[in-house]
Design a protein around this ligand. Structure first.
Ligand code: DX5
Ligand code: ZN
Length: 223
């Protein structure tokens, strides 16, 4: 599998917006439309007010498609569930920094990397950059949420952009190379705002899976 760097533009359609009756076929459709990664939103009904899917669905996708699996855990106690998401075939696992996620962030990031999986750290729109700053040396990806997590189809929050600019600055100063991902309300209009701020990984649910032409939507996001 390709080794992406933070200078690559990466498009990651979110399965949350797909037809849940056909997850394997929908993943194939995304890959054939030009998707680089598959973004998989795991929600537990505690950390966010919604329930999506767990490791069994991720494993089913892993077994039917050879695509980079970008797993976004919106759950409490991600450390407890980690082994199951690793076994399911995740290539990257992102956990949240907020105290409500209820885990030792450094220990979880370390456990992810020790399993040979890339480690991501997410922070919500209301969470300041200072909350993730202590962990920048320990991550492969920083996820700046551009909506309050829980549901697809919400409006992009441009007020998050200064935090992305702060992350780019800190990355340069510290000589690091983590990806910067945005998630929520990303489409043809908002994608360029996020990339201008410094994001290189664009998660897009509704604007890709619900587009009349998914390949055209992905091409537009890439450009
Ligand atoms: C939001 C999820 C997102 C969601 C994005 O809680 O983390 O990944 O699927 O959906 P859109 O692109 O429709 O805003
Ligand atoms: Zn997500």
């Amino acid at each position: 599998m390709k080794n992406w760097t933070h200078t690559d533009r990466i498009i990651a359609p979110s399965l949350l917006a797909a037809d849940f009756g056909r997850v394997a076929e929908e993943t194939t459709r995304a890959i054939n439309s030009g998707a680089d990664w598959m973004h998989l939103d795991v929600m537990d009904g505690h950390f966010v007010d919604n329930i999506s899917f767990g490791p069994a669905i991720i494993q089913a996708i892993h077994e039917t498609n050879d695509v980079f699996l970008d797993v976004h855990l919106m759950i409490t106690r991600p450390d407890h569930f980690l082994p199951r998401f690793i076994a399911a075939g995740s290539d990257l696992i992102t956990v949240h920094v907020e105290p409500e996620a209820d885990h030792d962030v450094s220990r979880t990031l370390k456990a992810i990397r020790e399993a040979g999986v890339k480690a991501g750290l997410a922070f919500n729109p209301a969470t300041p950059f200072s909350a993730v700053e202590p962990y920048l040396e320990e991550i492969d990806l920083l996820l700046a949420m551009t909506v309050v997590p829980g549901f697809g189809g919400q409006s992009f929050m441009p007020e998050v952009m200064p935090k992305i600019e702060a992350a780019v600055k800190a990355r340069e100063e510290k000589g690091l190379s983590f990806h910067i991902q945005v998630d929520g309300g990303i489409g043809a209009e908002t994608g360029p705002i996020a990339t201008a701020a410094g994001a290189n990984v664009l998660v897009a649910g509704s604007s890709t899976f619900c587009a009349p032409d998914m390949a055209a939507a992905i091409t537009q996001l890439r450009e």
